[in-house]
Write a protein that binds this ligand. Structure first.
Ligand code: 13P
Length: 214
């Protein structure tokens, strides 16, 4: 299972969480990675943790003030990027452009979507993976695998119908190892989570719990 920890803009110490991600990754068969804010990418990557960006824009080098260039993210040490997170939604054409930009820069891609229909559309753009995250469950602590298991199974089916090579992750409210196991039982190949680690008093303990059954 792939466990991708999105730090959003939570007021946590990104380097401390990254060190915990690195250490826990070494102690498990699961793949554990962290997605800090763009401004923290370099410091986080220097810890040796697998580092992801939260977003890249559908742009190339040039006059794009305030945008995030995929090549710069890769140069800062990211190996992959989220695209179209529910908190950073893009138009379909821009999702397509961002996937293209990420691939140009050698970044792995996870395109987020709210529901199975959008997952099918996202899978058609040829990312490495898609992630279904019902927005109403994000940050609630109620795991999608428990509150809405059908959405995960339907997302897996929708992605496979379009492109069987695209992996499916799920997210929203995931915070325990049991949640990760439940996500896997529904056909998901990984989880995307944030508050369960970024807002935890002890992020290392939270991460250890997440991977314990894997
Ligand atoms: O948006 C999410 C991960 O990208 C999910 O957030 P929570 O884990 O806080 O529900």
């Amino acid at each position: 299972m792939f466990v991708l920890v999105n730090l959003k803009t939570y007021p946590c110490d990104p380097v401390a969480v990254a060190e915990a991600v690195r250490d826990v990754n070494e102690s498990t068969d699961a793949r554990v990675a962290v997605a800090p804010q763009a401004a923290h990418l370099e410091r986080v990557a220097e810890t040796g943790a697998e580092t992801w960006a939260q977003h890249v824009d559908p742009i190339d080098y040039g006059s794009n003030t305030g945008h995030t260039l995929a090549e710069s993210v890769a140069e800062a040490g990211a190996v992959g990027t989220l695209i179209n997170h529910s908190e950073q939604r893009l138009k379909l054409a821009d999702v397509d452009g961002a996937v293209e930009a990420a691939e140009r820069a050698g970044l792995e891609t996870v395109v987020c979507a709210n529901n199975p229909a959008q997952i099918g559309a996202a899978a058609a753009l040829g990312p490495d993976a898609v992630a279904v995250e019902p927005p109403e469950l994000i940050g609630t602590g109620t795991p999608v695998s428990q509150a809405d298991p059908d959405i995960v199974e339907d997302a897996v089916e929708a992605a496979q119908a379009v492109d069987a090579d695209v992996s499916v992750l799920c997210g929203a409210g995931i915070s325990t190892g049991d949640d990760v196991v439940a996500a896997g039982d529904l056909g998901s190949e990984g989880v995307l989570l944030a508050s369960g680690v970024a807002k935890a008093d002890d992020p290392t303990a939270a991460l250890e719990d997440l991977v314990a059954p894997l």
